[in-house]
Design a protein around this ligand. Structure first.
Ligand SMILES: *Cc1c(COP(=O)(O)O)cnc(C)c1O
Length: 375
């Protein structure tokens, strides 16, 4: 049995360090925010080459508080990808702003900068692209579209901790970048967690206050904030895992290299079988390894029969979700998002996946798609 993701194996590999962090936390007598969170914030800011990091309760809160810190609300427009996890859209909904979806680039699946100009209006306050599947967006091309405007660039970096764009680590490049430490992410906690990184001191201070009931001095509340504090326990565990992030991302790159090499012979035979594309300015961290084929469901079934777990990211695009039926987008409004929904398949991927397993998965895929050829 090859599971889609083996979080238990990740924990086992660094169990002693985690136990040490746990005992330090238990003995500290301080369980929310505090020294452990301060230290994690400093270490993660340094890692991201950003001036500030503010730990929050979840990735969704990081996105929502980023928009609130920019005073974005009703009447304002925020541009988001048509193909993303619904959290990106929910953040815009939570502040009462208007969602303006833009379709992805056909090859990278990331926000297509060429479509941005047409989506920008006088009401656009922010563009919120996603570093999807662990691959950075084209920051410079997106920034070019906002020249001579006050439009802010807020990145949803839930999936790409440690990725590089033109040699720079993501996190400190855009105005604000938002991270999730949900257990399955590249930097995953043992529960919920998130963070905002930024070089803007005003933004950092505002989010620091917003996450803690809108208060910086105890019992003095400057505005109506929320309770979205990072647990000291999660911070202690994240400090351990941050030390392993680069090595674990490097192993993900090794798995991706095997898939890319072993599956490459399929593409000349089947132009509809599509492997991930990496632009030369991107160094992705392979949160997910996503292939595309119109025979997706049969392939998934074949792999399942051989005890290989896969996932679909995502089976329903946000505009087609019941949650957003009130926005009234026609079902064919975003054809590329719809097509990806029907064709994408995420293969097993993770730092603890043995390379030999990646090789046998590639053999099973080749087997399955060759059968389709003959039909
Ligand atoms: C995981 C994820 C989020 C949300 O993070 P949570 O910590 O689960 O709130 C947001 N956006 C994307 C693209 C994600 O993958």
């Amino acid at each position: 049995m090859i599971p889609f993701l083996d979080l238990g194996a990740a924990t086992a590999e660094i169990r002693d360090e985690l136990d040490e962090a746990y005992h330090r936390f238990m003995d500290s007598g301080w369980y929310v925010l505090g020294k452990e969170v301060d230290s994690f914030e400093q270490e993660y800011a340094t890692y991201c080459e950003a001036n500030h990091c503010v730990g929050v309760g979840t990735g969704l809160d990081a996105l929502t508080l980023a928009l609130r810190s920019l005073d974005i609300g009703p009447g304002d427009e925020v541009i988001v990808p048509s193909n993303t996890y619904i959290a990106t859209w929910l953040a815009v909904t939570q502040v009462g702003a208007t969602i303006v979806p833009v379709e992805p680039d056909e090859r990278t699946y990331n926000l297509n900068p060429k479509l941005l100009q047409a989506a920008i209006t006088k009401r656009t306050k922010a563009i919120m692209p996603v570093n999807l599947y662990g691959q950075p967006v084209d920051y410079d091309a997106i920034r070019d579209c906002t020249q001579d405007t006050d439009i802010k660039l807020v990145i949803d970096n839930a999936q790409a901790q440690g990725a590089q764009y033109k040699g720079r680590t993501v996190g400190g490049i855009a105005d604000i970048e938002c991270h999730s430490f949900y257990p399955s992410k590249n930097l995953g906690a043992f529960g919920e967690g998130g963070a905002v990184t930024t070089n803007d001191e005003t933004v950092a201070k505002r989010i620091r206050s917003l996450r803690n009931y809108g208060s910086t001095v105890r019992y003095h509340n400057d505005e109506c904030g929320v309770n979205s504090r990072l647990d000291a326990l999660q911070a202690a565990f994240l400090r351990v895992k941050l030390r392993h992030l680069d090595e674990w991302n490097q192993r993900r790159r090794g798995i991706a290299a095997i898939y890319l090499e072993d599956l490459a012979p399929l593409t000349p035979r089947d132009p509809q079988f599509i492997l991930p594309f990496v632009p030369d300015w991107a160094d992705p961290v392979w949160h997910l390894f996503v292939i595309r084929t119109p025979h997706r469901d049969a392939l998934r079934e074949h792999l399942q029969q051989h005890d290989i777990g896969t996932q679909i990211h995502y089976p329903i695009p946000p505009h087609a979700s019941d949650a957003y039926s009130d926005l009234g987008f026609p079902s064919d409004a975003f054809p590329l998002a719809n097509q990806l929904t029907d064709e994408v398949l995420s293969l097993p991927m993770g730092p603890q996946l043995p390379p030999t397993h990646a090789m046998s998965i590639a053999i099973r895929i080749t087997e399955s798609l060759s059968t389709n050829d003959e039909q």
